[in-house]
Every structure is written in C-alpha cells, then in structure tokens.
Design a protein around this ligand. Structure first.
Ligand code: F3S
Length: 280
C-alpha cells in the first residue's frame, strides 16, 4: 500500500495564533482562563486545553474575573463589550481573514447593498459576521438553488465564509449574476483553505481512497470530505486513530491522508505510520 499526504498539513496561522494566546495566558497563572466558545474545532486539542485548565463558556453569567479568549472564527462584538464591562481581560483571537469578511459586510451595509453571505447559517463565523452588522439583514445561501428565494434587489453585495468550497461559491455566484442589477462579489475564502482544497483535490484524483482527519464539528475539514466525495472517491472522515476501519482500508493500494486547518499535523503523521505498520 502506498500512502500520500498533501504538502501542507497541520494548523493554519489563525489557529496557531489562537492557541499561542491561550497557552501564554495559561502559563502566566494569573487566574482563570476561559474561551468564548470552543477555541478551535478539534475535540483532541480542546481536551488538551481543558486538561491545562481552560474552561469553555458560551456566556458570562457565572464569570466575574479572569481572562477570556475569543475563537479564531470571531464572536458577536456585544459579547466582547459585556466581558470588558464585567472587568474581564478580553483577548480577541479573531483571525485577520475573518476580520476582513466582517469589515466588508460593514462596508456593504453602509452602502445599502442587499448582503448575501455564502456559507452555513449555523456556523460561528457566519453568526459573528451577522452580529457585526446587526442593523442590516444578511441573507445566508448554502446552495445554488436558494438564489431563487432571494428577494429582488438592484444592489447585491456578496461575501463568502472563509472555509467555503470554492466550487460551491462559484456555482451560487453563477446563479446570482443571472439577475438584473449590480452585483459586487468579494471572494473572502481564506487563502490557506483555498490552497488546501486544491491540494486535496489533486491528491484525491490519484488515489483509491481518502482519509480526512479532523473534528466532526470542523467546517473546513467537512468541506474536504465533501470535495473528495464529489470526485466519487471513497472517503473516510476520522476524528481519532481509533476510528480507522482497517478491514476496509486493507483493500486499497493507494490512500491519501489530509486534514483541516484545525487538525494537528502529528495526528496525520501518526495515522500514516499506523497504516504503514499495520497494513504493509
Ligand atoms: Fe484564519 Fe483561514 Fe485559519 S480564516 S483561522 S487562516 S482557516
């Protein structure tokens, strides 16, 4: 069996930044350290952080002292204000790519565009973008067919969740531009995500099966799964080593392993080693 990895695996700089901020606050031992929502979407990393003492909170009801770190996907700005009012030290770990989406949404709202964000309604990043322009309705589209339901407007401004699949973004925009009027499209897909998707696409085309490693709650990891499936490649979405299905995997001669931007590179290397030892 031959196993292939893409050239880029492991954390993106946004995740590294959020983790470094959390680690350095924990090292200071100045009091309790909280994260507002899970700092990153990977249960293994969250388990490690929890062991070190970080507590995940979704509001400030029972928190009156300590440090709060926001996640890389951004948060509702009113929560940051509330934390500060309570006298907490608030560290904003929002990734610069996410901040850029929020800034463009604000700009479009000031210029009275009907704002469309392509992505997932329930994802924290989309919720945070909406919260940043709370005085302006934002329409969330996740499929090309949903363009039909969008109210008519002469001015549409389009942004996209940083972790969205490029193909889905393009297909939705294709439907939008069939409409009359002005359409401004901002490709706000994160550059790291775009490169990962390209590499995974290339890899999936040359192997018989793909293993995508990462948190089941990680949007960008799930997009890689969908990408491989769209290429009709047998795809396994695993969170931990124990999820590997050796009985099925032993039937393939070539396997690709990749992961999302919140998947530690070591887990991918470990899985490669386990497969090589066990199946070769
Ligand atoms: Fe930022 Fe892109 Fe990572 S948006 S958090 S660098 S996946």
């Amino acid at each position: 069996m031959k196993i292939f990895l893409p050239s880029r695996i492991g954390f993106c700089f946004g995740v590294i930044n959020a983790l470094q901020l959390a680690e350095s606050e924990l090292d200071k031992k100045e009091g309790p350290v909280y994260s507002l929502g899970e700092l990153i979407h990977n249960p293994l990393v969250i388990e490690q952080l929890t062991k070190r003492g970080i507590k995940v909170i979704s509001n400030f009801f029972s928190v009156n002292k300590g440090t709060v770190i926001t996640r890389a996907h951004g948060v509702d700005p009113s929560l940051i204000e509330e934390g500060k009012k309570r006298g907490l030290k608030v560290i904003d770990a929002t990734c610069p790519y996410v901040t850029k989406v929020q800034k463009i949404a604000k700009l479009l709202s000031q210029q009275f565009y009907q704002i469309v964000i392509i992505g997932s309604e329930s994802h924290p990043e989309v919720r945070a973008v909406k919260a940043n322009v709370s005085n302006h309705k934002i329409y969330v589209l996740s499929k090309p067919a949903q363009v039909e339901d969008l109210p008519r407007s002469e001015k549409i401004g389009v942004i996209v969740q940083t972790t969205e699949l490029l193909d889905n973004f393009q297909n939705i925009v294709k439907n939008l531009v069939k409409r009359r009027g002005e359409i401004r499209v901002f490709n706000t897909i994160c550059e790291v995500i775009r490169q990962r998707q390209m590499e995974v696409k290339r890899l999936a085309k040359k192997v018989q099966a793909m293993i995508i490693v990462g948190g089941h709650n990680s949007s960008n990891t799930y997009q890689l799964v969908k990408l491989c499936q769209s290429l009709k490649r047998k795809t396994y979405f695993v969170e931990r080593k124990k999820d590997l299905n050796f009985d099925e995997l032993k039937n393939f001669e070539t396997i690709g392993i990749a992961g999302g931007t919140s998947t530690p590179g070591e887990i991918i290397q470990d899985i490669k080693k386990i497969l090589e030892d066990k199946l070769n």
